[in-house]
Design a protein around this ligand. Structure first.
Ligand code: HEM
Ligand code: HEM
Length: 140
């Protein structure tokens, strides 16, 4: 497995700890559900589950299809976008629940959501290009 794909696996496992850790805190101290719920949900679904799928998908789909991965550079770009987007969205949710940031929290959430969404689009593009053989056939 190439290093950048392995980083997605490592990040996924870290987000499992962070996400369930936030769940544990909410279970112990329910008043914080208000602050932590959205970060808990997205660390687990966009962090743990999606990033595990990204890494396994990038490793397995080329082998299933018989075509090389289209672009490792796009995987690296997606890795940064996915992590910056997720951490930014989650911190914005946690911080802005208690403060009157108003316009600025909407702006921050929108920016990080756009970054996250761009990473997802790159994942789809890279896989479509791989599966349609644009990376060339895997040498026998
Ligand atoms: C140690 C493990 C976990 C603990 C202690 C935990 C705890 C919690 C708590 C306390 C809530 C808030 C309930 C409320 O609204 O009052 C919650 C919500 C939620 N959790 Fe977890 N959780 C854990 C693992 C997971 C995992 C592994 C996932 C998904 C992969 C997950 C997905 C969700 C979702 C989607 C919600 C929001 C449900 C809704 O829309 O109301 N949780 N969790
Ligand atoms: C670019 C990606 C994503 C963005 C920008 C995003 C954004 C949001 C926003 C703005 C909310 C509503 C927050 C509020 O109530 O104020 C939300 C809720 C939620 N999202 Fe996401 N989301 C994304 C991806 C996902 C994915 C991939 C999943 C699941 C696989 C997911 C699961 C949920 C759930 C379960 C809730 C409801 C949580 C609750 O209120 O209990 N999201 N998301």
């Amino acid at each position: 497995m190439s290093p950048i794909i392995k980083y997605f696996t490592i990040a996924s496992l870290l987000y499992l700890i962070v996400g369930t850790g936030l769940g544990l805190i909410m279970a112990i101290y329910p008043p914080w559900v208000n602050y932590l719920l959205l970060a808990h949900v997205h660390f687990l679904l966009l962090g743990f589950i999606a990033m595990m799928i990204y890494s396994v998908g990038y490793h397995v789909l080329p082998r299933f299809s018989g075509f090389n991965l289209y672009s490792e550079i796009l995987v690296a770009i997606q890795f940064y976008l996915a992590n910056i987007g997720l951490i930014g969205m989650s911190l914005t949710w946690i911080i802005s629940k208690d403060a009157a940031f108003g316009f600025y929290s909407i702006l921050a959430l929108g920016l990080f959501a756009f970054i996250e969404f761009s990473g997802i689009c790159i994942f789809v593009f890279n896989n479509v290009m791989t599966l349609s053989g644009k990376g060339g056939r895997i040498a026998a």
